[in-house]
Design a protein around this ligand. Structure first.
Ligand SMILES: Nc1ncnc2c1ncn2[C@@H]1O[C@H](COP(=O)(O)OP(=O)(O)O)[C@@H](O)[C@H]1O
Ligand SMILES: CC(C)(COP(=O)(O)O)[C@@H](O)C(=O)NCCC(=O)O
Length: 307
């Protein structure tokens, strides 16, 4: 008996082969811009894994635009531009924001006439004062810690073609949303929406965030690797951002390395790993594409939903 497999599988080698045939090499300036995003990404990894992805997304965009124009002409409905929305989901520390920023750059290179903007869903977390009141400070990143209604309303405005929309911003320094410091999303052709919760469903609402996506990506990796990346980032921040007197985690810059690591371990186990198992991993199969990263962040497998 044949079992239906919803995804095509590409090994690293098969995926990399697409890069050679489909994409020209990056220029020196572009490579430097990529280095600016994350010095740890190797440039060959960008060519191998992310250039084919960018090319593939450009096909989905083209198809969406053609459909919109043809159906609009046939139906006599609005000609207004509808932004193409890409969702990026996955665990805390799996590399979502790095990939989101890289994709933004690569898309603007491959499609120079399109404006690509990026929002992260952490801006839609409730402020700490509200989380404290609801006793949710140890549930940051869990579904109940977000103002999902505000996020869904925001997505609706983007899809409706509203040209200037204010989205809230989150500060990892103060570990809180920034009051009255909103981020302007201004008339994008492509919008990337990144966050742990973007493929989650909540039956209380008529829409899900993912209803607004034209293409969605789940970043996947073995849990021990994600935990290692979380702790490495924690230690890197301890040596840099946590030193800032305004940092919520200032305390971890002052205690011993052993104590700081113990705390990172507890935060990982009690919050982020728990959230991964309960709320994030179950959304993997809702994505259009799964990028599976190996030990060193290199993409090992790609799964693409069959059309
Ligand atoms: N492709 C990559 N190559 C090397 N390091 C990476 C890569 N992606 C992420 N990292 C590192 O992994 C950690 C988590 O990445 P980040 O993008 O902040 O994750 P997220 O947004 O999912 O929480 C960071 O320390 C980042 O520098
Ligand atoms: C706000 C977040 C859920 C956002 O996660 P991200 O989108 O950066 O992966 C996360 O940064 C967070 O604060 N988690 C709670 C536990 C912790 O301090 O890591």
């Amino acid at each position: 008996m044949h079992t239906y497999k919803p995804y095509y599988h590409f090994s690293r080698e098969a995926w990399a082969a697409l890069s050679e045939t489909e994409t020209p090499p990056l220029t020196q300036t572009e490579l430097e811009e990529i280095r600016g995003i994350n010095t740890r990404i190797s440039l060959s990894e960008v060519e191998t894994a992310y250039m084919p992805l960018t090319k593939l997304i450009s096909f989905y965009l083209e198809a969406a635009e053609t459909l919109h124009a043809k159906a609009g002409a046939f139906l006599g409905t609005s000609e207004k531009k509808v932004p193409f929305i890409i969702g990026i989901a996955g665990s805390v520390a799996v590399g979502k924001s790095t990939i989101a920023r890289l994709l933004q750059l690569l898309l603007s290179r491959v499609l120079p006439h399109k404006k690509t903007e990026l929002v992260t869903t952490d801006g839609f977390l409730y402020p700490n004062a509200v989380l404290q009141e609801k006793q949710l400070m140890k549930r940051k990143g869990f579904p109940e810690s977000y103002d999902i209604k505000a996020l869904i309303d925001f997505m609706g405005q983007v899809k409706a073609g509203t040209t200037h929309i204010m989205g809230p911003q989150y500060s990892h320094l103060t570990y809180d949303v920034l009051p009255e410091q909103e981020e302007l999303v201004s008339d994008p052709d492509i919008l990337i929406v990144e966050g742990v919760n973007v493929l989650q469903v909540k039956k209380e609402y008529q829409f899900f965030v993912s209803d607004f996506f034209d293409f969605s990506i789940y970043i996947d990796a073995e849990e021990p690797n994600i935990e290692k990346w979380y702790k490495e980032r924690f230690l890197m921040l301890r040596a840099t951002a946590f030193q800032d007197p305004k940092s919520y985690f200032r305390h971890y810059a002052e205690v011993s390395l052993e104590e700081a690591l113990q705390s990172a371990d507890t935060i990982w186990e009690e919050i982020n790993a728990k959230n991964l198992h309960e709320n994030i991993l179950p959304t993997k199969g809702r994505s259009d594409l799964i990028l599976r990263k190996g030990n060193n962040h290199e993409v090992e497998d790609v799964y693409l939903r069959k059309l």
